[in-house]
Design a protein around this ligand. Structure first.
Ligand code: ZN
Length: 263
């Protein structure tokens, strides 16, 4: 299925022009909150014109205050469930299964890598305790479904900004809802989400992989970059470690390997 979510383009909301940006192959969808006021004081007031105004405000802020060349995110999802393009070229790229390199989720410290190479969705509001309304939730699900489809992203890779950078974003409440978001997106795509059975193996992604990579590094079995992505290098490091302690060398981290590593 192609990208079907309805998105207001940068031309339509009157974005300031910006140059072109590199295209990347996305692995994640990164969820943010704009940290703007919540209803009834939301900037967009749930309207199309209000959404365009908010998109212009954010671009202005990102270009002036952050000195970025354009909006830092790829999509904006307003309280009214209106979706607007962020960084120029995003819509064109995702329709072709790619992403425009952005500036919304730089890797900081021992966190996941690849945020800026993946579509970032800003959700209007502050979701530390405030719960997102149904319209905004529905459009977020719809956008994620389209992105997973067109960019071949597994719904398990819908992640929060705080997993990449040193930030509270997207807020405690919204972060706590990401398992529900992944499940709803997977259901619409008819994809079976593998539940975490405690095993870390090839293609596992997340904070527990970062902790594993750190332990392997500390013990002299380098998995390459500490990026939270269990790839071939991590597998080989696990196998080498397992051999060194006399465990079955299958590259899968279960209870025994965890114990031996001190995880
Ligand atoms: Zn964020």
């Amino acid at each position: 299925m192609p990208f079907t979510a309805k998105v207001i383009t940068t031309d339509e909301w009157g974005a300031k022009s910006a140059g072109s940006f590199d295209k990347t192959v996305p692995k994640f969808i990164v969820i943010h909150n704009t940290d703007n006021q919540n209803p009834p004081n939301d900037v967009s007031q749930g309207t199309v014109d209000g959404g365009k105004k908010l998109a212009r405000q954010i671009q202005e802020d990102h270009m002036n205050r952050n000195s970025w060349r354009d909006s830092g995110h790829n999509f904006l999802n307003t309280t009214g469930g209106i979706i607007l393009e962020g960084r120029h070229g995003t819509l064109d790229a995702v329709r072709k299964g790619m992403c425009i390199k952005s500036a919304h989720a730089a890797q900081q410290g021992n966190r996941l890598a690849g945020g800026n190479q993946s579509p970032g969705i800003e959700n209007e509001g502050n979701f530390m305790t405030f719960k997102m309304g149904q319209k905004q939730w529905d459009s977020l699900v719809e956008l994620c479904v389209s992105l997973c489809e067109s960019c071949n992203i597994n719904p398990k890779n819908i992640r929060g900004h705080r997993e990449f950078s040193n930030t509270d974003c997207p807020g405690d409440w919204l972060f706590s809802q990401l398992p529900r978001l992944r499940q709803e997106v997977a259901d619409k795509l008819d994809i079976h989400l593998e539940q975490g059975e405690g095993l870390l193996k090839l293609d596992s992604i997340g904070q527990d992989v970062i902790e594993l990579q750190q332990k392997l590094t500390d013990k002299g079995f380098s998995p390459g970059a500490i990026d939270g992505d269990f790839g071939e290098n991590t597998k080989q490091a696990v196998i080498a470690f397992q051999r060194s302690v006399g465990l079955t060398a299958d590259g899968i981290v279960g209870t025994d390997t965890r114990k031996a590593l001190g995880l």
